[in-house]
Design a protein. Structure first.
Length: 457
């Protein structure tokens, strides 16, 4: 079986515009499709429960797509290097193909595996299939990594994109039977996510993602809800980039893609950022260690309805839109003075589209301790911004039923409502809904004094 190639899927769960698959198919060899679920206990950034829900259903769809081209997806669990060693022993394959990842732990893992496989006589082929451009080719004249998104954007917005590569219509499948875990018997789908019905809400898998993309472009939908498809590689950024029209909507959508590109650039060249602030002046920042305040924020019990509704939406659906993410993050950091890492970890566990590069970039930018990203600069009053985003309280009424009968003029500020209004709506502060955990004006003044980035606000 020397005439066999292994395709190692990771965050590229698609057949169309998958460079690793494309070039493995072009080699003319029999193909073995492999996915390894490697969950290292104790890793701060091991895949969260909501993301694992999506991963499970995405793999389910990928299995179907691979069967259509006469292949089979082999699923294993365990240490990646160990599983790969077993696969090569079982198949006697001569080569492996994969698309690069850019997190520090993934780079170290891949380099170690590559060295080991090549020492064993295995041909290793690595491609850049998860970004618009190889991050190693996007460099400043000074050769220093980018720290300002606007500069990055100016340098890439007019670059030509390579055309997506086609999916194979039929492949040479491996004749020998190789053991695969039953997806239903793996540890991928968390018990607490079973029976929630999320799979009915979300259209998961690359084929459905392709249909969604066309609808987004035709109807100019915003938000697009494409982020989980991008994170798991059901859509390639290159496919999206090549289909985006030259319109105002298209410009904005391409800029969002570029922001994702920038996030990965920052993660690659500043690999310390998942654990520490990029700006040195934040090294000894006096973050609050108020566990009670953090717990109230997580559970949506701060006493500020828009913040609480957004946080409850996150736990109920695995989703929160871009503006809401900025508002609740700003509240945690600049009203409660809680470390941005606490918020980043909570988002990582509960967002269905949790992406390490995007997550770290957003939280550090909002805190003012990372790179300069104008889209994330948010020094406004988080309560007032919530009122602008949800003026009639639709989100609040949906996720905080206890407040559903409050009139619009106090739906965002029940603590300012008269006793008569509260009683008429069936609201008892301190019982059916909490009092505010902070006095916003006083705590905002405190943060203005502490945050260097906010002194001019």
């Amino acid at each position: 079986m020397k005439n066999c190639a292994v395709i190692w899927f990771r965050n590229d769960l698609r057949l169309f515009d998958n460079p690793a698959l494309h070039f493995a198919h072009k080699s003319g060899k029999s193909l073995l499709f492999l996915y390894i679920h490697s969950q290292k206990k104790g890793d701060t950034w091991e895949i969260g429960s909501s993301s694992r829900f999506w991963l499970y259903h995405s793999l389910k769809e990928l299995q179907k797509e691979i069967r259509k081209i006469k292949g089979k997806l082999i699923i294993r669990e365990g240490d990646s290097a160990t599983v790969l060693s077993q696969i090569f022993q079982e198949t006697d394959a001569s080569s492996i193909y994969w698309n690069a990842q850019y997190e520090l732990l993934c780079i170290k893992r891949d380099n170690k595996i590559k060295i080991g496989l090549e020492a064993a006589g295995i041909d290793v082929h690595v491609y850049h299939g998860n970004l618009l451009f190889s991050p190693y080719k996007i460099v400043r004249v000074s050769k220093r990594p980018y720290k300002v998104f606007d500069l990055f954007w100016e340098d890439i917005k007019n670059l030509s994109l390579e055309k997506p590569v086609p999916a194979p219509s039929k492949i040479k499948s491996l004749s020998k039977k190789i053991y695969s875990l039953d997806l239903n018997k793996t540890q991928i789908l968390p018990k607490e996510k079973k029976g929630l019905g999320w799979e009915k809400t979300w259209e998961i898998g690359s084929q459905k993602a392709g249909v969604k993309l066309l609808k987004v472009l035709e109807e100019e939908q915003s938000p697009s809800f494409l982020s989980p498809h991008l994170h798991f590689g059901e859509l390639s950024p290159r496919e999206i980039g090549c289909k985006i029209p030259k319109t105002e909507f298209g410009y904005k959508l391409f800029k969002r893609l570029a922001l994702r590109e920038f996030a990965n650039h920052v993660l690659l060249f500043f690999p310390q950022t998942p654990s520490q602030s990029l700006k040195e002046e934040f090294k000894n920042f006096p973050w609050s260690k108020n566990k009670r305040a953090l717990a109230h924020w997580k559970e949506g019990m701060t006493g500020y309805p828009f913040i609480d509704a957004s946080m409850r939406q996150l736990q109920s659906t695995g989703w929160m839109d871009f503006s809401s993410r900025r508002i609740v993050a700003s509240f945690l950091i600049k009203e409660l003075l809680v470390h941005w890492k606490e918020g980043a970890k909570w988002f990582w566990e509960h967002l269905i589209d949790a992406d390490l590069a995007n997550n770290i970039l957003a939280w550090q930018s909002i805190a003012g301790c990372g790179t300069d990203v104008s889209d994330y600069i948010f020094d406004k009053n988080s309560i007032e911004e919530g009122q602008k985003q949800d003026p009639t309280g639709q989100l609040i009424r949906k996720f905080i039923p206890a407040l559903k009968d409050l009139p619009d003029f106090v739906i965002h500020t029940p603590y300012k409502a008269s006793q008569e209004v509260l009683e008429k709506a069936g609201v008892t502060l301190g019982k059916t809904y909490p009092y505010p955990i902070v006095l916003q004006n006083e705590d905002r003044k405190k943060s203005l004094d502490i945050f260097p980035c906010m002194r001019s606000v």
